[in-house]
Design a protein around this ligand. Sequence first.
Ligand code: FMN
Ligand code: SF4
Ligand code: SF4
Length: 248
Amino acid sequence: MIFYFSGTGNSRRIALRLAGLTADKAVDIVSLTDIPDPKTERRIGLVFPVYAWGLPEPVESFLKRLPVADCYTFAAVTCGADAGHALKKTGKIRPLSAAWSVAMPNNYVIGSQLEEEETVLRKLRAADEQTEEIAREILEEKRVYRVHEGALPRLKSNLIHPAFNRFARRTAPFYATDACNGCGTCARNCPAKAIALEGGRPVWTRQNCFQCLRCLNACPQTAIQYGKATEKRKRYTADMYAPAVEGI
Ligand SMILES: Cc1cc2nc3c(=O)[nH]c(=O)nc-3n(C[C@H](O)[C@H](O)[C@H](O)COP(=O)(O)O)c2cc1C
Ligand code: SF4
Ligand code: SF4
């Protein structure tokens, strides 16, 4: 069983491809109503994005509640650049037999302009190749730690990640512009259930959210902004580029 969390589709893409290559089942943890008991599983996999060099909150809380199982357990994280000690932190919650990081297109549009199409496609193609290698290693039950931690990983994961959780997950800066047509996609798809539609416009109903940026990146009208900085920036979801990567 492969459990995944994904804001904009990168981790979902890796989880589904790994499941296909290893004949496992991929399950979105957000869709689960109960915590499964994995004791009869042959192996357990986790796939999720790195958030500020740490784990997204829903992944951390899921892992803490998942019953312990004595089987091969792996984690693969996706990140725009580097993972810091995200996987070492994961291993402290749940011992890992193997861990990988996969560089994928950056979706953190709040922080900076997103990558050009050429870079996005190069990263997605390289990630697809790397996924095949990871699948081979999973099937051989390899015990490896192939993680690009980047510079100052301990500092980033121990200091910046807690600060991100405390201060950077505010929903107050989100708003929808007049381009919004009230389609409701953002409210339906928010994994934190933090958006409601009122008078045909989204309102953010919780003070903090997971900060997955799905609402902002996937709005069909590019109507969602986060403060002023995102107004002139691109948007990214893996689905936007899937046909080009697959040559469709
Ligand atoms: C809140 C947030 C924090 C992020 N922090 C990092 C980071 O610390 N290091 C990094 O390389 N990428 C970071 N990214 C980029 C994502 O990890 C990367 O784009 C990931 O593949 C997105 O996966 P998804 O499409 O499954 O949501 C961050 C993205 C978000 C939304
Ligand atoms: S997805 Fe975009 S267009 Fe649709 S309701 Fe939300 S903000 Fe408006
Ligand atoms: S409000 Fe937007 S960024 Fe926050 S969890 Fe929902 S979809 Fe993700």
